[in-house]
Design a protein around this ligand. Structure first.
Ligand SMILES: Cc1ncc(CN)c(N)n1
Length: 222
């Protein structure tokens, strides 16, 4: 049987996925030794990221040609704001991030690069490219959650994070978004499919950069 579009673009980014799974941030998160300042950096940046990601999902909802797409992306926008923000608030309390620090934080180059890239897909590219760029945020985290959960130490201060992304409900949402991307790919031209593959690859690169930036405590060079 021929490979589906998503299976193909997923296989194409195998080296990037390997680099993500082997990243020291995630190894240390699984064994519970991730330095507190790296995790603080990550959750502060991630809450900035999710606020922008929710906006991108809302634009995808508005542009989706099918009711299934409009429902999925508008629901995703709501979940990004509600559930993941709840997780972040709990982590802010657990890891000592004050409201002033969280509210005063500016996005790092990696965070701003990723959210701006997604915003540029939403503003100036096709719906097909946009949804391909949105997918790694689901799929990469689902893969990471499932890979880390069996090897994570217990107890682990990062257990709620691992549970969130290894949750079958998150896997089901990933499958539904993947189906929408496959549907969009099937209805378009080879040139647009190439552009979709590029958007998917770039967003996957940004996923690696996001963890790497937290590991390095990235800030603006000037
Ligand atoms: C950067 C990033 N990418 C993906 C996810 C999972 N929704 C997240 N919370 N943050």
């Amino acid at each position: 049987m021929a490979m589906g579009f998503c299976d193909q673009i997923w296989a194409d980014v195998a080296p990037l996925r390997q680099a993500i799974l082997a990243h020291p941030f995630l190894t240390a998160l699984a064994d519970g030794t991730l330095p507190r300042d790296s995790f603080q950096h990550y959750i502060v940046q991630d809450s900035l990221y999710l606020a922008e990601y929710a906006r991108t999902l809302a634009i995808a909802a508005a542009r989706a040609p099918s009711a299934a797409g409009r429902l999925e992306f508008s629901d995703g926008a709501k979940v990004a704001v509600q559930v993941e923000e709840a997780l972040h608030q709990a982590f802010f309390a657990q890891f000592g991030v004050s409201a002033t620090t969280a509210q005063g934080a500016e996005p790092t180059p990696s965070c701003l690069g990723y959210t701006s890239y997604l915003a540029s897909l939403a503003a100036t590219r096709s719906y097909e490219e946009l949804v391909a760029g949105i997918l790694p945020c689901f799929w990469v985290y689902w893969e990471v959650g499932c890979a880390i959960k069996p090897r994570a130490v217990s107890p682990n201060p990062y257990a709620p994070w691992i549970e969130t992304y290894a949750d079958p409900g998150f896997g089901a949402a990933t499958d539904r978004v993947r189906a929408l991307v496959d549907e969009a790919a099937a209805a378009t031209t080879p040139a647009v499919r190439d552009a979709m593959a590029r958007a998917f690859r770039n967003a996957t690169r940004y996923e690696w950069m996001f963890w790497d930036s937290a590991w390095r405590l990235e800030s603006w060079p000037v």
